[in-house]
Design a protein around this ligand. Structure first.
Ligand code: GLA
Length: 393
């Protein structure tokens, strides 16, 4: 996928001439640690990746919003009432949700033509949806000369995902896609949105994303259910100490107060969130000290907590993590993203990475019957405008 393919695709769908065509790119993201903490006011450590979403936009002057994709067959022209009434399904829900947010803010958007193209494997937990949302918001902001700050666009995209798409997600994905920069990880406090850009230098080790190719199912309902469980657990802990969210408790406080949670499942959910926050801090410290061993141990601990306490892993992800333990040169591995399928992320010695991928592929195929996908993490891209093509010629 490149800009030439996008321009050619744009000509095919919408024809040449007219206003200039503007090209944008938004990356995807992989979260190194800090899973299911964002909507609990906690800490996360994502990096943006080179896989992402391309968008070509042109003002058409027609009273409609034409959405097309190089990846998906469905697409078409939406009207403002159609967007307002949510008569949209599939991938178009994401850009439509953003358009709807701009309408809510009183922005008068002229008719436009938009062509999306991307290379993030779908449903893999690498934030293809946040990438589509952010590229749309960024493009509209730029094209219409609104000059809204990045944080406004991030909040607006999260709001669209929560209220238009119906996924009650936290802020991590939109934030990572918008603020990610080459070779840096984002150490973000999701309560205050204060963040530090930490050098993601892994020394002689590399990060590899492995796609389990297990299609995710029931993610939205199970995800929203976890959120409610966390709110429930918080209600009980508050009887011992007031706090705005689960991240308002240290691991020591949790040990002291956990008897207040009468239900074993709720207790495990809270324990994951509170210990995971602690692991994010320790991971950032390991990164700063260049301690690959410590970083890897924390990745494994995070996976166990997500598997046993938070119960968002699945057999395929567990097999990938378990098998990685037997591969020479591997420091650690864990599921990344919402879970229930999708990807793992693994820290492995650079010179052992090819052997790791071969061995893991064979063992995973034997046990899970699926061919995994591998993506060495390359954080060279960021959210940006790429070019203006006059008359799309
Ligand atoms: C999804 C959500 C994020 C976050 C992760 C889990 O990616 O969109 O907000 O909650 O799951 O860490």
């Amino acid at each position: 996928m490149d800009t030439l393919e996008l321009i050619n695709g744009f000509r095919k769908f919408f024809g040449e001439g007219g206003q200039p065509c503007h090209l944008y790119f938004a990356p995807g993201r992989v979260n190194l640690i800090g899973e299911h903490t964002d909507y609990n006011g906690g800490y996360v450590l994502p990096v943006s990746i080179h896989l992402g979403t391309y968008l070509a936009v042109r003002i058409s002057g027609r009273d409609e919003f034409a959405l097309r994709s190089l990846q998906f067959k469905d697409g078409g022209a939406l009207t403002r009432p159609g967007i307002r009434n949510k008569t949209i399904s599939g991938w178009m829900t994401y850009p439509a949700g953003i358009l709807n947010e701009f309408f809510d803010c009183g922005v008068d958007i002229p008719g436009i033509e938009m062509l999306f193209g991307g290379n993030i494997p779908l449903g893999s937990g690498l934030s293809s949806s946040a990438s589509i949302e952010m590229v749309t918001a960024f493009a509209l902001n730029e094209l219409l000369g609104l000059k809204w700050p990045a944080t406004k666009l991030i909040m607006l995209a999260q709001h669209a995902e929560n209220h238009y798409v119906g996924m009650n997600c936290g802020i991590m994905d939109q934030f990572a896609v918008a603020m990610g920069s080459p070779e840096r990880a984002i150490f973000l406090n999701c309560s205050t949105l204060e963040y530090e850009s930490v050098p993601a230098d892994m020394g002689d080790a590399v990060l590899i994303v492995t796609d389990s190719r297990k299609s995710r199912s029931l993610t939205q309902s199970a995800y929203n259910a976890r959120r409610s469980e966390c709110e429930n657990a918080l209600m009980h802990l508050r009887k011992g100490k007031p706090a705005d969210n689960l991240s308002g408790y240290t691991t020591v406080e949790f040990e002291r107060l956990k008897h207040l949670i009468p239900n074993e499942t709720l207790l495990r959910r809270a324990r994951h969130v509170i210990t995971e926050n602690d692991r994010v801090f320790r991971c950032v410290e390991a990164l700063r000290n260049g301690s690959q061993n410590r970083f890897g141990e924390l990745m494994y601990e995070s996976h166990v907590s997500l598997r046993d306490d938070y119960e968002v892993s699945c057999d395929e992800l567990d097999i990938l993590v378990e098998e990685s333990m037997d591969c020479p040169g591997v420091f650690g591995s864990r599921m990344t993203g919402a879970g229930f399928g999708g990807c793992t992320v693994t820290l492995v010695m650079r010179d052992q990475a090819p052997a790791f991928m071969t061995k893991l592929r064979n063992h995973y195929f034997r046990r899970a019957g699926l061919e995994p996908g591998f993506y060495p993490v390359d954080s060279s891209r960021r959210l940006e405008k790429l070019a203006v093509v006059p008359s799309c010629r």
